[in-house]
Structures are given as C-alpha cells and as structure tokens.
Design a protein around this ligand. Structure first.
Ligand code: ADP
Ligand code: MG
Length: 907
C-alpha cells in the first residue's frame, strides 16, 4: 500500500514513497514559497491518497494495513480566545484536501497531509466515525484494533476518547460510542464482551477497576508473541449502562490514584481493553488448509470462537517528552513518562523506516502496544493539537509524530481459535464411528472371504464326488442293462423271424404299428449312441481328473484368488451342466430302450397269438382304455424294466423331461410316463410328483399328435383313480380333454380322450361340473369318428354317467330330467342301442336301463324311441342281468306301462 504521507520540505523515508516522486519541484507554488505542495493541483491527479472509504477499508486476513492517522484541532479555549486574540492560529486546516499547514512565521508554512483532518468544528460523532468506527468494525470482524490519542496535555485527548457525554449526549467520546456499536452488533446469546481498564504510570500497570491491584505484569505468549495482562480485572459487561458505570469507576479511581500519587492524570497513560469473543461457524478451507486434515474431518459446522481486542489508549501528554525535568517534575517520574512515550516514538520511527530492529521491549507501553504498531492490529491514531501559537513547538512535534506513524504498516491478522473442546468431542465421536464402521467392514470382509472359501471347497468336493459316483453308477448300470436288453432283443428277433417265416402269416395291423426291421436297426443305432455316450463320459471323466489335479496345484484359495476361483467355479458349472445333459440323454436312451423292448414284446405277442398288437388296446372287458395286462403278460422283463427305470432314473427326472425343450425327449418321456401310469401303484406317485399338471400341459400346448395321444392315454389311466378324477377336474382337465376331443382326428387320440372322460363320468361328485364344462357334449362330438373302439369309450362314458345319475336320483341328491337327455344324448343312445359291437351295445343297454329307472325321463324316452329298445332288451339281451333289469324297469314305470298298454304291447 502506497503511503500517502509526506512532509513538506523534509522528505523522509524510502524512495518508494510514491507521492514524493510524483511532485516535480518545478511546479511548486504556494502561499509559502517554501512549500512544496501545489495547492491548485488537483488532489486526485497529483496526490494519490486514501478516500475515507479506504481509510475505513477492512483488511483481509494477513493483509498489510497502514496505521491511519487523523489530526484534530481543539477550539480555542476561553484563555486562548483572550490571550491569543491578536494572533492567528499556528495551524491552518484544509480539511477537504486533508491537509494541515503549520505556520512557521508570517510568510512560511509547512503543509502536511493526514488521513483525516478534523477542524475545531468537527463533531464527536464525526470524529468517532472517521477515526474509530472502522477499527471497531474490524474488531467485530475478528481483528485486533487500537485507537490512540497522542498530543500535548490539554489538546483534547481525553475529550476525544473518554468523554461520557452524560450532560450532552453529543459529547460522547470514542470509548462510549465504540461500545455502543459493539453491543449493537454482537448477539448476547453467543458472544461476550469483557473489559479491563488500566493505567500505566511510571512503568507500573495499575488496575483502574481494582486500585489495590497496582503492579500488574505483562505476559507474552512465547509461541504467538501475544501480549496480555492476565493479572488485570476483567469484567464481562452485558449492556451500555454497566459499561458507563465501569468507565465512571475507572475515572474515579484514576483521579484517586493520581491524588494519592500527587500527580496529574496527564502524566499517565490510560488503557481500556475491550475483549470481544464471538462464535462463528467455521469454514472448511481454514480447517483443511491449516491443519492439513483430510477433508472428511472438516464438517461444515465448526465450532469456532473468534477473539479480538479493542485497545483504546489515552496517552500521557506528549509535552513530557520534551519538557521533562524542566518544569520541576521529579526526575524519576519524568524519566518514566519519557521512557514510555519516547520508546513509542522510537518504535514508530524504526517501523516507519523499516528498520530491522524495533525497540518494543524498551518500555511497558510499547510492549503493551506491540500489536498496535507494526503488529497484527488495525490501528488508528488521532493526534490532537491546540491552536495556540505559543505551543507551536509542541504542535509541530505532535504533527511529526503523526506523520511518522502514517508510515507504519501493520499486518492484519484475524484471530480465530477453534472451540477445541467441542471440536475434539465431535472428532472423537466421528473417529469412534469410523473405527466401528471400519471394524464392521473388516469383519464382514473376512467373513465373506471365509464363506466363499468354504463354499468353493465344498462345492468342488461335492461336485467331484457326485459326478464321479454318478458316472460310475450310470456307466455300470447302463452297460449291464444295455447288454441284457440287446441280448434279449436279439434272441427274440431271431425267434420271431423263424416263427414268422414258418407260419407264413402276416398281421397287417402289427406290421403297421411295429415294423420288424426297424427294431434291429434301432438297436444298432442305440448301440452306437451308447458308445458315443460312453466316449463322452470318458472325456468328461478325463476332464474331472484334470480339474482335480489343477485344484491340487492351487494353494488354498484366498481373497486374492477370487478370479481363479471364479474360473474354477465356471468350469465346474459347465461340467455340471454337461453331466446333467448326459444324464438326460441316458434317460432318453433308457426310455428308448424300454420302448423298443416293449414294442418288440408286443410284436412277439402279436406273432404268438395273431391278436391285436396295439399297445393301448384291450378294451373289451376293462373299464380302462389303457390296460397294463399286456405289460404283466409280457413277462417279468418289462415289469422289471419299468421298476428299474423308476428306481434308477427317478420319477422327478422323468417328469421333468416332459417339459424338456427337445420334442424328441418329450415324446419318449410321455411314453414312459404313460406306461408308468398304467401301473396302479404308480398313479398316485405320478400325481403327487406333479405329473398330472405336466400331462395336462402337454395337452394344452398341443404340437405333436403322438404326444397328445400318449398324454391323453396317461391322463385316462390316471383318471381311473377317484382322487385323481377330482384333481383332473380342478386343474381344468375336462375342458382340455373337450378341446382335444373337438379337434383331434386320430382315432387313437379320440379313444384316449373318450376313455378319460368316460372314467370321469363314473364319479358321482363330478356330474354337474362335468356336464357344465361340456363333458357330455365332448363325448357326443367324438362319435363323429366311427371307430368302434372310440364309440365303445363314448358308450362307456354315457353308461357311467347314467349310472351315477340314477344313483344320485335314488339318493335324492339329484332331481329332474337326465342331463344326458338335456344335452341331446338320447338319439345317439337309441341309434346305437342295437350296435353290432358288443361292448358298445352292452354299455348302451345299461345306460338305457339306468335312464328308464326314473319316471322323469320316461316321456322323453318314449318320444325318443327308447321304449322300443328297452322292450327289445327285456326280451333278447344276451346278458341275463341286463335283461332282468330292463324288465324290472319297464314294469315299475307307470308311464312305460301305460304307453305299452296304449300300444297294446305285451309285457
Ligand atoms: P487532554 O486529555 O489532552 O489533556 P482534555 O481532553 O482534558 O485534554 O481537554 C482539555 C480541555 O479542553 C477540556 O476542558 C476539554 O473539555 C476541552 N476540550 C478539548 N477538546 C475539545 C473540543 N474539541 N471541543 C471543546 N472542548 C474541548
Ligand atoms: Mg487527558
């Protein structure tokens, strides 16, 4: 910052003073030819100086700020008005130019420039605002601040600083006004203000708030160099009144002390210290940059206490410096007063000249004011002068003192302290949290690593064992079964061929269904497949071996071995998949083998008996569409095969294959399931294992006639069981069967469907539901296929239904006309009552008898022509039981009897 200070005629200080260089001597013109100032020169262009605003400018943290100096002229007092009436003042003020002319004589004057020039008319308010207010504001912002008054006794130092203004409020001085501003700015809840009031006299510090305390030491912090007087009374004040009271007490004590010491207050320095403590929210940058802590420790709310100090110094009269001893003062006192003030002057000179040594330690005053000059405080100095030419010398020396002070640069520094206790508490809590969290994470991490390790080891060994076991077992079994089956098949084939050639007989149906030559071909094919499988298994075994050895080579898996572990795991998973696939293929092969064996047996039987070779045939005597009598008949081999299959492969796996992606697998699987379902003992197991749902699903997702046919057959077999019947109904089976009935063309499929529905028709509980869901209509729709086997199942269904209905009617759980008649079954019944196919005829005859037992059906039966059929049955049915049932029925029905009478029929 450029110094604006200069002294006319006596350039001082360094060449860096800008103003000096800016004033060319040739341009000088003034009232005094000695003057170097050019009065007409525009101050803005010639003199670069601070505006009042910049006088008041607040320094930033650690920025230099020059000591601001104002000069104040006291008005002439009464005495001076009288004595100096004929004389002009020794000074002439040019306040708008902030200059002061000090007359040397009538024709010569020196001009000085100050930061502020305050005339005799300047109000106390204005003085406060230009001199002290910026300092007070600074203090409120956290800087230390000093306001000093320097001048000859009687020039108005105390008036300027310490006036209480009790009589006239406009007289209030800087101390009072400062405190007013401080109180206006602070918040009483968080901030505090405390005050000490001291007097320095003869190098002794006295406590003006406690006069007994009269030798207070100055303490300097060895680290920070901060000066304090901890021995002094510090009174915390909360309002202006108590401060005023304190000032009064201090002043009273000062007078008393001076009386006691037989001296004047002008010989002592009065020092008011105002300590301001403010709570502020901390800033992260400060915390982070100052202590270098990691940023996460710097929370937005830092409990900071900002401490600052306002020092107001009413210095002893400056005349003592020059006049000590000459006016009869005691030598010691003069020395002492001299000491402090002259030390102050020396320090200011040294600072102004940028001297490396500043003799701060020379006096208590300079030690106390260490911060204020060349220290870290914002400092304002007001030099007071009187107008009297008689004191021209004093005035001149005062002005010079001020001029030198203007060159002193202070380094402003904000003083903030952490509220370390609360900060430390917070940090401790935070640290504990972090430690706990860290511990948790560490533990979790270790546990996880441990878990993964154990899991991986377990999985590796489990998969290894399982795989090896399964492979070995499968291989052995497969081989044995395979050898056995092939042997049997070949034997049978040879035998059959011989027999066939010998008989010269061919059953067309059999050939159609089981082509002889394909068996040996398929056997060859299967053998190939099995060889392939065996090879594949060998390869897989080899790979397992490899894996095992790899595993052996690897050290125990640690956290770092994750990638390796993942790789191994992936290989294992692939292996497991491969194994599953192999197992699936084995099951398929087995089921194929089974199927082939079964078909070969059928062929053999067909050749042996010349009977029907239909695997699902044999309806003539059974209520089941799919009989397993053939299975039983075909010898222990097949039965054993199924049992073996069941045991070895497991029902779940076979059922799972029903949902296989591979259509071929599905076909084989459904065949196996159908064959299993033919065994009564398996039916419950199949349903419990969810086989029914899978079979129904196959019906629903129709894509292959064979699948549909076999699935329907399996369902028909399951439908033999009463509990299963209800399950089929609840799982929507009847509508699926009806749907299949409606669009299937294949007689075998229709036969299976009709068989399944026929079985359901035999359940009393399901009558209504079956009819509502279109069961009867589905049966009647199936008759479009004229195949006798199909019609036989339809007839069986109708007979079953009629029988149940009859039973329900007898029991009273049903009333009204037969649902069969409602659904239009009667014409077909009548039409087929005399069918040439014995099973059809028999079922229909039974159905008619059941219907006729209830009078409510009589009218429809008569009009539909059923009566004639009943009469016929009662006459010539081959089965006696049916014949007699028909007779009983006819004789017990009034409607039939009357109709027969009407027709004059004999009964
Ligand atoms: P100092 O403290 O410098 O010895 P004082 O403040 O005691 O001087 O002032 C001496 C006298 O001058 C007092 O009576 C005071 O009221 C009066 N006085 C000082 N300055 C002014 C002023 N600016 N206006 C009016 N009276 C003043
Ligand atoms: Mg005074």
């Amino acid at each position: 910052m450029a110094s604006n200070g200069y002294r006319n005629g006596a350039h001082r200080g360094s060449s860096s003073m800008k103003l000096d260089r800016q004033l060319p001597p040739a341009n000088l013109k003034s009232s005094s030819f000695k003057s170097r100032v050019l009065p007409s020169q525009s101050p803005g262009s010639a003199l670069r100086r601070s505006s009042p605003a910049s006088f008041a400018a607040k320094g930033n943290d650690g920025v230099p700020g020059r000591v601001r100096v104002a000069v104040r002229l006291r008005p002439r007092n009464v005495e001076e008005l009288a004595a100096d009436a004929d004389f002009a003042d020794c000074v002439e003020l040019l306040p708008e130019l902030k200059r002061l002319k000090l007359r040397k004589n009538n024709w010569d004057s020196d001009t000085y420039e100050f930061d502020e020039v305050l005339t005799e008319f300047a109000s106390q308010k204005r003085v406060y605002e230009v001199v002290a207010k910026p300092v007070v504001e600074s203090v409120l912002d956290g800087y230390n601040g000093t306001v000093m008054a320097y001048g000859q006794t009687g020039t108005g130092k105390t008036f300027t600083l310490g006036r209480l203004g009790e009589e006239d409020t406009s007289d209030r001085g800087i101390m009072v006004r400062s405190m007013e501003d401080i109180f206006a700015d602070i918040s009483p809840e968080t901030d505090s203000v405390s005050v000490s009031y001291l007097q320095l006299y003869m190098e002794t510090i006295q406590d003006l708030l406690d006069p007994a305390n009269d030798n207070i030491p100055i303490v300097e912090d060895p680290k920070t160099g901060d000066v304090s007087v901890p021995g002094a009374t510090i009174v915390e004040i909360r309002d202006q009144q108590s401060f005023m009271e304190l000032l009064r007490i201090g002043e009273a004590h000062r007078i008393a002390a001076n009386t006691k010491l037989n001296t004047e207050s002008s010989r002592s320095h009065a020092i008011l210290m105002v300590h301001v403590k403010r709570s502020v929210m901390g800033r992260e940058d400060i915390i982070s940059s100052e202590n270098g802590d990691p940023p996460h420790l710097a929370k937005p709310f830092k409990p900071l206490v900002r401490k600052s100090k306002l020092v107001v110094v009413d210095l002893a009269g400056s005349e003592r410096v020059h006049k000590s001893g000459s006016e009869g003062h005691m030598l010691e006192e003069a020395k002492s007063i001299n000491l402090s003030l002259s030390a102050l002057g020396k320090c200011i000179n040294a600072l102004a000249e940028n001297s490396p040594h500043v003799p701060v330690r020379d006096s208590k005053l300079t030690r106390l004011l260490k911060d204020s000059f060349g220290g870290t405080a914002r400092t304002s100095l007001i030099v007071t002068i009187g107008p009297s030419p008689r004191h021209r010398g004093e005035t001149a020396s005062t002005i010079l003192f001020g001029q030198r002070a203007m060159k002193v640069e202070n380094m402003l520094r904000i003083k903030e302290e952490f509220d370390y206790k609360s900060l430390s508490r917070r940090l401790e809590v935070q640290l504990d949290k972090l430690i706990a969290e860290n511990e948790r994470q560490q533990k979790a991490f270790e546990d996880e690593v441990e878990r993964i390790n154990v899991e991986a080891q377990n999985r590796v060994s489990e998969v290894e064992t399982n795989f090896a076991d399964a492979l070995e077992k499968e291989r052995l079994k497969c081989q044995m079964d395979y050898m056995e089956s092939v042997k049997q098949l070949e034997e049978k084939l040879v035998f059959n061929q011989q027999k066939h050639d010998h008989d010269g007989f061919t059953d067309e149906k059999c050939i159609l269904q089981v082509p002889r030559f394909s068996v040996s071909e398929e056997v060859v094919e299967i053998r190939k497949l099995l060889e392939n499988e065996t090879n594949l298994r060998k390869v897989a075994e080899e790979e397992v071996k490899n894996l095992r050895s790899q595993l052996g080579q690897h050290p125990p898996l640690a956290a770092g071995g994750d990638a390796e572990m993942l790789k191994l795991r992936k290989i294992l998973e692939d292996e497991t998949r491969q194994k599953k696939k192999l197992e699936e293929e084995i099951i398929i092969l087995r089921s194929q083998l089974f199927q082939l064996s079964f078909e070969a047996d059928q062929m053999k039987m067909c050749l042996d008996r010349g009977g029907t070779g239909n695997a699902f045939a044999g309806l003539d005597s059974s209520m089941s569409p799919v009989r397993h009598s053939q299975l039983k008949d075909s010898g222990n081999g097949q039965k054993a095969s199924i049992a073996t299959l069941f045991e070895q492969v497991g029902l779940q796996k076979i059922l799972a294959l029903l949902e296989s992606e591979d259509a071929n697998v599905r076909i084989h699987a459904v065949k196996v399931v159908a064959n299993l379902a033919a065994e009564e003992a398996n039916q419950k197991k199949i349903v419990e294992a969810g086989g029914l749902s899978s079979l129904l699903m196959l019906l629903r997702s129709f894509e292959d006639e064979t699948v549909r046919r076999v699935a329907a057959g399996a369902i028909a077999n399951l439908a033999m069981n009463e509990a299963n019947q209800e399950l089929i109904m609840t799982q929507g089976g009847i509508s699926l069967l009806s749907m299949t009935a409606a669009d299937a063309e294949d007689p075998q499929t229709l036969r299976m469907v009709a068989g399944a529905i026929a079985n359901l028709c035999g359940n009393d509980k399901l009558q209504m539901k079956l009819r509502t869901e279109g069961g009867i209509k589905a049966l009647l729709g199936i008759v479009r296929c004229g195949h006798p086997d199909v019609l036989s199942q339809v007839a069986r269904g109708i007979a079953n239904f009629a029988k149940c209905e009859s039973r329900c009617s007898t029991q009273g759980t049903k009333s009204g006309r037969s649902l069969l008649i409602d659904d239009g079954a009667l014409p077909w019944i009548v039409q087929n009552a005399n069918s040439e196919a014995p099973p059809i005829r028999r079922h229909i005859e039974l159905a008619l008898c059941h219907l006729a037992q209830h009078e409510v059906n009589a009218r429809d039966m008569i009009s539909g022509g059923a009566l004639w059929e009943l009469v016929r049955i009662s006459h010539d049915c081959s089965r006696e039981d049916i014949k007699s049932l028909a007779r009983r029925t006819l004789s017990s029905s009034p409607a039939f009897r009357s109709e027969m009478r009407r027709l004059r029929m004999e009964f």
